[in-house]
Design a protein around this ligand. Structure first.
Ligand SMILES: NC(=O)c1ccc[n+]([C@@H]2O[C@H](COP(=O)([O-])OP(=O)(O)OC[C@H]3O[C@@H](n4cnc5c(N)ncnc54)[C@H](OP(=O)(O)O)[C@@H]3O)[C@@H](O)[C@H]2O)c1
Length: 273
């Protein structure tokens, strides 16, 4: 049984499957397999080019539509109002799952006024294309501005988060706005899997370093969307609800954060907190 994280009355399964770089039949098969193993949250994006396959995998699993929570993200080049609505209609067509559960703005884009983008995002909800709306890669300043502009609640900020990156400022801002935080790259793109501290802590619980990295986040009420191409790891990454990290272990993991811990950074990234 997967726990849920809640914000504004919206319940998001705490573990989801990240699907960046999963393609074609392999992607659809992995999603279908993940549903069988208990995953109820799937993360895709217009930029990943796999919305069709994610939808196919969910449908092939035979699970009832309302049992799964499907997230997609609007590409930064689609943030002007007309383009946003057109692109979301296309996402709905690709996924073929009816209304999208959560639509996020993938990255901020300085070239398009936030007022326009947020207005169009709210429009996608009003038009019944999506159930909930939110953002990704938003900083404290951007979150506060977006929240002021939105007439419907923004329920989530999806951000890079793992033991090597201190995101306490943006997490505090999300909590103040009652927004859920979902961590991408939650095992540091695989970088956490041979970490000596995480391995040692994991041994005490009969778990792997990757599982400790995921549990560390979930225990702070942060959702995680690990990605894997391997079925055995699908099972491993969701098997994190039968142990608890102590306060001392949580504190030790917190010390792993370092100034250069960020992995995902681009020219168009905002000024990080
Ligand atoms: N909003 C955004 O801007 C944004 C940015 C980046 C990512 N994301 C989302 O977040 C998802 C996850 O992030 P990510 O893909 O960057 O990184 P991640 O999930 O932290 O790491 C994925 C890597 O870890 C390996 N791995 C997975 N489970 C493992 C395990 N139990 N033991 C050892 N290695 C394991 C995978 O290799 P194998 O395939 O060999 O298992 C893969 O190389 C993405 O797929 C995407 O959906 C969003």
């Amino acid at each position: 049984m997967i726990s849920l994280i809640e914000a504004h009355g919206v319940r998001i399964p705490a573990v989801g499957l990240g699907t960046w770089e999963l393609r074609g039949r392999d992607c659809a098969r992995l999603v279908e397999q993940a549903v069988r193993l208990g995953y109820r949250h799937f993360d895709t994006a217009q930029l990943y080019g796999n919305e069709r396959e994610v939808g196919e995998g969910v449908r092939a699993s035979g699970i009832a539509r309302e049992e799964v929570f499907v997230v997609t993200k609007v590409a930064p080049e689609n943030l002007a109002p007309g383009a946003l609505l057109r692109s979301v209609r296309d996402s709905v067509r690709q996924l073929r799952l009816g209304e999208i559960d959560l639509l996020l703005l993938h990255w901020p884009n300085r070239e398009v006024p936030l007022e326009d983008t947020i207005g169009a995002l709210v429009g996608a909800k009003r038009d019944g294309l999506v159930r909930q709306i939110g953002v990704s890669n938003y900083t404290v300043a951007l979150l506060e501005k977006a929240d002021r502009l939105a007439e419907h609640r923004l329920v989530c900020n999806q951000i890079e988060m793992h033991p090597y990156l201190d995101q306490s400022k943006v997490v505090a801002a999300c909590r103040a706005l009652d927004m859920a935080v979902v961590a991408y790259s939650p095992i540091a793109r695989g970088g956490a899997k041979h970490d000596a501290v995480l391995e040692r802590i994991g041994r005490a619980h009969g778990k792997s370093a990757a599982q400790v990295s995921l549990r560390y986040l979930v225990q702070q009420r942060i959702g995680v969307i690990p990605r894997t191409t391997k079925v055995e790891r699908l099972a491993e990454n969701i098997d994190i609800f039968d142990f608890e990290l102590s306060e001392t272990e949580m504190a030790e993991i917190r010390t792993l954060a370092r100034p250069d811990g960020r992995i995902v950074d681009w020219d168009w990234s905002p000024q990080w907190d």
